[in-house]
Design a binder for this molecule. Structure first.
Ligand SMILES: Cc1ncc(COP(=O)(O)O)c(C=O)c1O
Length: 503
């Protein structure tokens, strides 16, 4: 199939004189524009706007919205990214005038509703993670990580722990973990994963010393397993005055079941744009609040939203002399906070627990349906996601995981996360999330089973996939580095995307 041709832009479809509206006849005397608008504000040329009837505009946007893949189209099994369905009520609430148009410099008395949402959200998140406070400012999970490690650093500085140089990070961690450690001035101690997919305790004990400032642990881990050594890890770390940071990107497996604070963590980040349904990816804003224990509370970025019970008013506490400083302009991604607030309030405590139970049930069901067809490096039961390997298909038929990921697109599904975590060769990390029904998961599993059969009976069809998508296999690196999203009047055909050269 040839490369897709570019969809003409609205401006290119424009038909001069064509209107998308019908107004009644003017029933007041018409005045020249100069009498209505001061001359210096009048433009010399009319604006270049598309002129089209309404139906063509609607069809244009509907057509292009179906060309790409998105969660409103079908299941999005991208492991670790938790691409669950986003209830539209969240969007509606975020778009309400009082939420959408509130200015961050509006005085407190005029933005009490917005402050109340932030105060209530931080209180609910603190309860969910079992810690003493929550800072809503970080704008992504990764920024929450960095902020959390900055707090740990400040804690050690204040205690005079200048000998502390290292943060321990498991080899299954998301790349942002070691990056956050380095940026905050610590060195990484890499901890391997054992044959069961858990922290290798022998290596952990050997590498632990008084110079360790803390650990960054993802629980459940990126291979979808609950870290069952957590109590021993906590006791050993606390024995050398090291603090525990939890990467909470996978918190949708723990809601209402287990709390990082109860496990001994001092900081945890939430990915509001995963756990609490806000859209994730696609360049939209994120939100990565952090839960904080009492001993780190005073270091959090300010200002901090508080409630004055006596006067029944919410206010910003700017008096934070020991804060590590701001990490975001103003207060963070407020729109994301509104969505999370609605999501949590809508589900309530019982509902949140049910979310996690269903996420776990779905992942285990999927694991059982696929484990005879793809290698399963770590036996379950798993938490919210499951990691397979395409090793068998590669060894026996030369079909790589990348080929499988491309072939699943032909079946109408987004690909799973591939080649992460790095510790699993030919890795495929699948997260069905709680928002998918059994029928949807079965449809996805049937497609994956069919691909496993194709890989042995007709490997070429998998190696040359995708066949039915808008564009064929692209050189991802070339496409990312040479992206051109600027419209120019030149109507010559855009350069065709280069054919696949991925090795
Ligand atoms: C396990 C894990 N940790 C941290 C992050 C970073 O979160 P963010 O993308 O919001 O910066 C991710 C993101 O996918 C993740 O999967």
């Amino acid at each position: 199939m040839s490369q897709a041709t570019r969809e003409p832009l609205l401006l290119e479809k424009s038909k001069p004189g064509c209107k998308g509206y019908l107004l009644p006849k003017l029933d007041v005397p018409e005045k020249p524009l100069e009498q209505l608008v001061p001359k210096e504000y009048l433009r010399s040329d009319p604006p270049e706007l598309p002129e089209l009837p309404e139906n063509e505009v609607v069809r244009h946007f509907t057509r292009i919205s179906t060309k790409n893949y998105h969660i409103d189209k079908n299941m999005y099994p991208l492991g670790s990214c938790t691409m669950k369905y986003n209830p539209k009520i969240n969007e509606k609430a975020a778009a309400m005038h009082g939420n959408h148009d509130v200015h961050p410099l509006a005085p407190e008395f005029a933005s009490q509703g917005a402050l109340q949402i932030q105060y209530e959200l931080k209180s609910m998140l603190a309860e969910i993670c079992g810690l003493d406070d929550v800072c809503l400012q970080p704008a992504a999970g990764s920024q929450g990580e960095l902020t959390g490690i900055m707090l740990i650093r400040k804690y050690h500085e204040d205690k005079g722990n200048s000998h502390k140089k290292y943060i321990m990070v498991p080899d299954s961690a998301h790349g942002t973990n070691p990056a956050s450690v380095k940026i905050s001035g610590y060195q990484v101690i890499n901890i391997p994963t054992d044959e069961n997919g858990l922290t290798d305790m022998k290596e952990f004990r050997e590498k632990l010393s008084d110079e360790v400032a803390g650990i960054m642990l993802t629980n459940p881990s990126t291979v979808g397993l609950f870290e069952s050594n957590i109590e021993e890890i906590r006791d050993l770390l606390h024995g050398v005055d090291a603090l525990m940071y939890m990467d909470g990107a996978n918190l949708n497996a723990l809601l209402g079941i287990a709390r990082p604070g109860d496990m001994g963590f001092d900081v945890v980040h939430f990915n509001l744009h995963k756990t609490f349904s806000t859209p994730h990816g696609g360049g939209g804003p994120g939100s990565g609040p952090i839960g904080i224990s009492e001993r780190l509370r005073k270091y959090q970025p300010g200002p901090v939203v508080e409630y004055d019970e006596k006067n029944d008013r919410y206010y910003w506490d700017h008096d934070r002399p020991e804060s590590v400083g701001k990490v975001h302009g103003f207060y963070g991604s407020f729109g994301m906070m509104v969505r999370a607030w609605v999501y949590i309030r809508m589900h309530g405590a019982e509902g949140l627990r049910e979310i996690s139970e269903n996420a776990i049930l779905n992942a285990n069901y999927l694991m059982h349906r696929l484990k005879d067809y793809y290698e399963l490096p770590y036996e379950g039961p798993v938490m919210h996601e499951v990691v397979f390997s395409g090793n068998r298909q590669k060894k026996e038929n030369g079909v790589k995981t990348l080929d499988i990921a491309k072939r699943i697109l032909d079946y109408g599904y987004h690909a799973p996360t591939v080649y992460f975590p790095l510790i699993v060769p030919e890795c495929m990390m699948i997260e069905p999330t709680e928002s998918e029904s059994k029928e949807n998961i079965d449809g996805f599993c049937d497609a994956m089973i069919s691909i496993a059969r194709e890989a042995s009976e007709n490997p070429e069809i998998v190696k040359t996939a995708p066949h039915n998508t808008e564009t064929r296999r692209l050189d991802d690196a070339y496409a990312a580095k040479n992206i051109n999203i600027r419209w120019e009047r030149d109507t010559s055909e855009p350069k065709e995307a280069k054919e696949a050269t991925v090795a």
